[in-house]
Design a protein around this ligand. Structure first.
Ligand code: NDP
Length: 329
């Protein structure tokens, strides 16, 4: 049975004496820092001197260079982009960690693949929200929270689990449920969603746009039909609220029949093989090594793919549609 923890199973007061440094006031950093401060914890920020640094100051945080913040804190959240974490940790965080301090990651990537090996005398905690940063804050403000995967990956003090649960209570996650899974499982599942679920959706939309417009359908109408009305977003939200099958009755019977009868043809059982291959590439580190190499070479493939994506005619069609149809999404 999976372990899921709620508010009554964690106690924020265990963090009363701790100073928490959030390193990286970006997507996750700013939301998590604001939530923890509103929950009564002592939070400071460490950031490079850029607009995020200024934002942290404007939001009323004591804000420092990264090494200075790491020096002052006993719990250090490393909420930097994954690809910069190993170097920043080595140079600007690790030298200032004392025995018994804790470091916290929002994703297991660097730990799982060994790109970052923490020193042995600190707690290493994973607190990985299943939500983009903006909503981690918005849900907290509404009195709710984002669900999280968590793990006390390295327990050097004997209180790592107590600490990680208290942190998640402060961020709002135990209001809805914090699920304990391994760093390996969090990382691999996260990448699976990114390598299969997300591309299936985006590729389906792009291919549909290309073929339907070739067949003479109006570009703006194709966009409004397939995703830009916001209906797809509402359906996605209903999948989570009501369930994959339970949301079906919200569609017409004609739509339900069409969805069910074409499902196997659109995605035949052969896809199981692809799913297994993709998982294998994640588990064996093929993707992680490829991404590592891409970074070392200066992102040549990534930049090319981004350029192609931003130059696709669908972007122009989206812009034209948005000029004419004023959706309040
Ligand atoms: P961001 O891309 O928002 O970056 C966080 C901060 O790091 C920003 O303030 C950024 O500054 C700063 N930064 C960028 N490059 C450097 C550098 N070379 N040296 C020092 N600071 C730098 O990160 P996210 O919040 O998206 O991700 C943080 C962690 O959270 C990652 O581990 C990620 O996997 C995880 N995560 C993210 C989710 C999300 O919703 N994005 C969801 C779940 C987990 P600047 O603003 O100037 O770029």
């Amino acid at each position: 049975m999976v372990n899921i923890y709620h508010d009554d199973e964690s106690d924020i007061s265990v963090l009363e004496e701790e100073i928490i440094a959030v390193i990286g006031y970006g997507n996750q950093g700013h939301s998590q820092a604001l939530n923890m401060r509103d929950s009564g914890l002592k939070v400071i920020i460490g950031n490079i001197r850029d607009s995020s640094f200024q934002q942290a100051v404007e939001d009323g945080f004591k804000t420092y260079d990264i090494d200075e913040a790491a020096k002052k804190a006993s719990i250090v959240f490393i909420l930097l982009p994954d690809e910069v974490q190993p170097e920043v940790y080595k140079n600007e965080i690790e030298p200032y960690l004392d025995t018994g301090d804790a470091i916290v990651f929002a994703h297991g990537y660097n730990l799982h693949y060994g790109f970052l090996v923490p020193k042995k005398d600190v707690d290493v905690l994973m607190v990985a929200p299943r939500m983009v940063g903006k909503f981690v804050r918005e849900l907290y403000e509404k009195g709710s929270g984002a669900p999280v995967f968590f793990n006390a990956y390295q327990d050097s003090t004997g209180k790592a689990k107590q600490r990680v649960l208290a942190l998640w209570k402060a961020i709002g996650a135990t209001r809805v449920g914090a699920m304990e899974i391994t760093v390996a499982e969090e990382t691999e599942l996260d990448h699976f969603s990114e390598h299969f679920i997300a591309p299936v959706i985006s590729r389906a939309l792009i291919l549909s746009y290309e073929v339907l417009t070739e067949l003479g359908y109006t570009p703006e109408a194709v966009l409004l039909e397939t995703y830009m009305s916001g209906e797809l977003g509402e359906v996605a939200s209903s999948l989570a609220k009501d369930g994959l099958v339970n949301q079906l009755p919200f569609h017409s019977r004609t739509s339900q029949y069409g969805q069910l009868i074409y499902a196997d043809r659109v995605m035949p059982d052969d896809y199981r093989r692809l799913i297994r291959e993709l998982v294998e590439e994640i588990k064996t580190g093929v993707f992680a090594k490829d991404w590592q190499l891409e970074q070392l070479l200066g992102y040549p493939v990534f930049n090319k793919l981004l350029e192609e994506a931003f130059n696709h005619p669908i972007n122009d069609a989206e812009r034209k549609l948005k000029e004419q149809v004023k959706l309040d999404l």
